[in-house]
Design a protein around this ligand. Structure first.
Ligand code: DX5
Ligand code: ZN
Length: 214
C-alpha cells in the first residue's frame, strides 16, 4: 500500500491549519512540507516558524523536503519546529555524508532527494545510511508541473540497486506531477511514497483525490 503525502505547497496558505486537518481526515499518511530558499530553487516558501505554527493541528508525520542551500544550518531548527523526517538534496550538500548523519544523530530518518538530471550514483556510497530516496519527477521549485517520464527508468534502476543490496525497507518517494495516471506508473516502477500537491488540493473532495492516488 502506498504512502500518500499531500504537499502543502498547493494548500491555501491563509488557512493552512484547516487544509492540513482536512487532508488528515481525508486519509493522508504524511504531510509533505516543501521548504524553498530562492537560491537552490527559484521560489520561496516557508521556514521553521510556519512548521511550528501548524504542528499542533495534526498528528501526521511532517515530511520536510529541504530545497535549500546549506541545509545543515537549519536542520536543528526544523526538528525543534516539529519535523518528523528530513530530506535534503544531494546537489545542495558538499558534505552529504555529514548532513545525513546530522539528521540521524538527531534521531530522525534521513532522506536524500535527486533532481531529474542527477544520476543515482551520487548516493551510491551513502545508501546504507538512508531511510528514504526521493526521486524528483519534476524540476523542484513549483507545484503543478508536468511529470518527467524518464523518471520511471530511474525508479526501476533504483529498485534494482536496493534489491541487490538487500535494502528492502528503504522508502522510495516521488515528487512532482503525480496524479492518478502517473501514480500507477511510478508504483509499478518501484515508488512507495507518493507526494502530490495539485492532485489533492485542487480537488474539493480530498478523500476521493487521495483514494484515486492510492
Ligand atoms: C516541487 C515540490 C513538490 C510539489 C509537487 O518543487 O517539491 O512537492 O509541490 O506539486 P505537484 O504535485 O502539484 O506537482
Ligand atoms: Zn517536495
Amino acid at each position: 500500500m502506498s504512502i500518500i503525502a499531500p504537499s502543502i505547497l498547493s494548500a491555501n496558505f491563509a488557512a493552512l491549519a484547516e487544509d492540513i486537518k482536512n487532508v488528515e481526515t481525508a486519509g493522508a499518511d504524511w504531510i509533505h512540507i516543501d521548504v524553498m530558499d530562492g537560491h537552490f530553487v527559484p521560489n520561496l516558501t516557508f521556514g521553521p516558524l510556519v512548521v511550528n505554527a501548524v504542528r499542533s493541528y495534526t498528528k501526521l508525520t511532517f515530511d520536510v523536503h529541504l530545497m535549500i542551500e546549506r541545509p545543515e544550518l537549519y536542520i536543528s531548527e526544523f526538528i525543534a519546529a516539529g519535523a518528523d523526517r528530513i530530506t535534503v538534496h544531494a546537489e545542495a550538500c558538499v558534505h552529504l555524508h555529514r548532513v545525513i548523519h546530522m539528521i540521524k544523530e538527531a534521531g530522525l530518518p534521513a532522506g536524500v532527494a535527486l533532481n531529474p538530471a542527477t544520476p543515482l550514483n551520487v548516493i551510491e556510497n551513502v545508501l546504507e545510511d538512508l531511510d528514504l530516496v526521493l526521486i524528483m519527477t519534476v524540476n523542484p521549485g513549483f507545484g503543478g508541473q508536468k511529470f518527467i517520464p524518464q523518471s520511471l527508468e530511474k525508479l526501476r534502476q533504483l529498485r534494482g540497486i536496493l534489491e541487490a543490496r538487500g535494502l528492502n525497507n528503504m522508502h522510495v518517494q516521488v515528487d512532482g506531477g503525480i496524479n492518478s495516471t502517473t501514480a500507477q506508473l511510478v508504483r509499478e516502477a518501484g515508488a512507495n511514497v507518493l507526494v502530490a500537491g495539485n492532485a489533492v488540493f485542487t480537488h474539493k473532495d480530498r478523500a476521493a483525490a487521495i483514494a484515486s492516488l492510492r
